[in-house]
Design a protein around this ligand. Structure first.
Ligand code: HEC
Ligand code: HEC
Length: 197
């Protein structure tokens, strides 16, 4: 399944979830109890399983991400300000949707208006000095080039996300392909690049 389709499915699921939430008169159907993953299956691939899964096994009844028992309500961390530095970040691989280096709070994206296209549309970029949506955003799923933004790229934040200085819930062991191919060059490049939060 392509990433685009998976994201579409996820957003459709979200819409249903919201609709289900609105209908107060009819409580959502109780979820069937989920089958716990077999410990054996996890033991077979200890190197690929994320660390969180391992520690979850060690502490039954604990929500490792919140660091509290699953029955306990914890105080959520304070909301942090998203990055508004206007500085583009390096992409981690060539097909990565670039992350958003500016605030997007309150931007309207619905059937009437797309605030992002106010600046990122082909016809707006001279005025806004924003990077134009790239050619892939004009392609339909068969690769045909459309005159307008493709409907499957309409909801920008399916793929592009703002950044905030937060503690990741799950450890990330991503390794840049350059670092994998040439560790020495990558190390010196990293040393000369100022670190970003
Ligand atoms: C007021 C104009 C404006 C609006 C509205 C706007 N942007 Fe931007 N955007 C910019 C500009 C200008 C940049 C270039 C970097 C900067 O100045 O922040 C940018 C940069 C970006 C980048 C980084 C591109 C790269 O190559 O790294 C992404 C992604 C992006 N915007 C997505 C969005 C999304 C998604 C929305 C809607 C939720 C949006 N923008 C709304 C002006 C805008
Ligand atoms: C299905 C995922 C997806 C959606 C939805 C999407 N984008 Fe992108 N976008 C990408 C990917 C992947 C790239 C990088 C590769 C490319 O250019 O296609 C990208 C690149 C960009 C860039 C950088 C272009 C450049 O040449 O540097 C901008 C700006 C951008 N998108 C804005 C938007 C805006 C605005 C929207 C909503 C109208 C949007 N995108 C919707 C996936 C998406």
């Amino acid at each position: 399944m392509s990433t685009a389709r998976r994201l579409l499915l996820a957003s459709v699921a979200c819409v249903f979830a919201v609709l289900a939430g609105c209908n107060k008169a009819e409580p959502p159907p109780a979820e069937p109890p989920k089958q716990q993953p077999q410990p054996q299956a996890q033991a077979q691939q200890p190197t690929t399983a994320p660390t969180v899964v391992a520690s979850r096994e060690m502490a039954p009844g604990m929500d490792v991400m919140r660091g509290a028992p699953i029955t306990e309500t914890t105080k959520p961390p304070p909301i942090t300000n998203p990055d508004n530095s206007d500085i583009k970040r390096v992409r981690n691989y060539s097909m990565q949707p670039p992350v958003i280096p500016h605030k997007v709070e309150g931007y309207q994206i619905d059937k009437n208006a797309n605030r992002c296209m106010f600046c990122h549309a082909r016809t707006r970029t001279q005025e806004s000095q924003a990077p134009m949506i790239s050619v892939t955003h004009f392609q339909d799923r068969s690769g045909n080039h459309l005159a307008e933004l493709s409907p499957r790229r309409y909801f920008c934040m399916q793929c592009h996300v703002p950044q905030a200085d937060l503690q990741p819930l799950v450890a990330n062991r991503f390794v840049d392909v350059d670092a994998m191919l040439n560790p020495q060059a990558a190390a010196s490049a990293a040393a000369s690049t100022p670190e970003r939060k």
